[in-house]
Design a protein around this ligand. Structure first.
Ligand code: SF4
Length: 429
């Protein structure tokens, strides 16, 4: 009987893409890969370390996984083991193997666990994502980062920038489309640098064009992209096709120039504003979100007000608000002008309130529009389904579970909370 393997994930979209990579490798090595919750012989926790909370979640998940699977081999992979000290590892005896470099250590470990006598076959990214419970497909195009933002642990955890070859990405997209993929999210850590080490000019734009050409129907969505990497060539694609979702997520972090400099971000607030304006000009009606890091060391009331003002001036449609948390090993963790937790909480709360207002305002503007929805969830008791629109917001409508994973057209009729409500107009072929 084949050994059963499952993967649990803590973290961002890049972490989920890594989990899908573990699943693809495990299937090729001969494991039966099962969804989370089913009994397994081998259990991966693909852990994150971007905040204190993520570290805590990894530990809690490892302890629960060990309780529920006393005989399983428990493996910790991802960003967490890449930076975990000996004492952190010693504090988690539940873990049998720590994979610090998943890139190189995964295949030999899988071989050891099957004694090399199992043989499997490849599965597509789409299938791997389905096992993880996702209806869209995360296509990881690069890993690592060569920047050194003062607060960021990611380059330490993930190493230098490296791009996946265009041929590999395209063939994985084609295989996934054959299996039923209807949406790809191009993800990574610093996707705007795609191809730079091969001296490709505008590598990301070329890759997107190639993917659009070599696949037929699926739509593509860009993962988070730095403001200075929104090149004219990349932005022009929005007007060339309706298969690139009109949705961008741009890390802004602060609207105060002194704070941006201290963070070692490579732009001033005026350049962030220019980048957003260029995106809006290139793709009318595009939805633009931004990351904001609140309570960075030394952030004054004026700095915070400057961030609110830039969010407003840029016309941002939603925010991801992160309270600053010092990560050991980063430059800013050594600074002594951390702001008080009371002040941080106050600012996070003000920024979160603003985010809710921005989100609602954007949803209102979609009322009456016909949107393409990738159906992701079904609620048979209510007779409804819901899924993600090209703008990245959820829409709910009357439908049945057979619609899951399909793309359908929905006329938006109303909004409530952070959700759109509509009626099915065209089931796509
Ligand atoms: S925040 Fe800065 S250092 Fe961290 S991944 Fe992004 S660009 Fe790289």
């Amino acid at each position: 009987m084949r050994k059963r393997l499952t993967v649990l994930t803590v973290g961002c979209k890049a972490s989920f893409a890594d989990s899908a990579g573990i699943i693809r490798n495990a299937a090729a090595a001969g494991f039966e890969v099962v969804p989370n919750g089913e009994p397994a012989d081998v259990l991966f926790i693909n852990g994150c370390t971007v905040t204190h909370r993520a570290d805590r979640d990894n530990r809690a998940l490892a302890r629960r996984a060990r309780r529920d699977n006393p005989d399983a081999v428990l493996i910790m992979s991802g960003c967490f083991p890449a930076t975990a000290s000996e004492s952190v590892r010693a504090g988690l005896p539940e873990v049998d193997h720590w994979l610090s470099k998943t890139d190189t250590e995964l295949t030999p470990l899988l071989k050891r666990l099957t004694n090399g006598d199992e043989h499997g076959g490849p599965i597509s990214d789409y299938r791997a994502d389905r096992i993880l419970g996702h209806k869209r497909t995360f296509l990881k195009i690069q890993d690592g980062c060569d920047s050194r933002c003062a607060y960021c642990i990611v380059p330490l955890a993930r190493g230098s920038h490296r791009s996946v070859s265009g041929d590999e990405i395209v063939s994985r997209a084609i295989a996934s489309e054959k299996d039923g993929a209807t949406e790809f999210l191009l993800t990574g850590i610093h996707i705007g640098r795609y191809g730079i080490e091969r001296n490709e000019t505008d590598g990301l734009a070329s890759l997107v064009r190639r993917l659009l050409k070599e696949t037929t129907k699926p739509r593509f969505r860009l993962g988070s992209i730095e403001p200075l990497e929104l090149t004219p060539s990349l932005l022009s694609i929005f007007s060339e096709t309706d298969r690139l979702c009109p949705h961008l997520h741009i890390p802004m972090q602060s609207g105060s120039d002194p704070v941006l400099t201290r963070m070692r971000r490579p732009y001033a607030s005026s350049q962030f504003l220019d980048a957003v304006a260029a995106a809006k000009e290139a793709a009318s009606g595009i939805r633009i979100g931004a990351d904001v890091l609140v309570g960075f060391p030394g952030e004054s009331r004026d700095d915070f007000e400057a961030t609110l003002a830039v969010v407003d001036a840029a016309g941002i449609d939603y925010l991801h608000v992160f309270p600053y948390s010092a990560r050991p090993g980063t430059e800013s963790a050594l600074w002594r002008d951390d702001i008080s937790s009371v002040l941080k909480k106050e600012r996070v709360s003000a920024m979160t309130d603003l985010d809710l207002r921005l989100r609602s305002g954007f949803l209102e503007r979609l009322t009456g529009r016909l949107l393409d929805v990738l159906v992701q969830r079904s609620n048979p008791d209510e007779g409804t389904v819901s899924g993600v629109t090209e703008y990245g917001v959820d829409a709910q409508f009357i439908g049945n579970p057979e619609m899951l994973c399909r793309m359908v057209s929905v006329r938006i009729e109303s909004t409530s909370g952070q959700r759109l409500f509509g009626r099915l107009e065209v089931p796509h072929a």
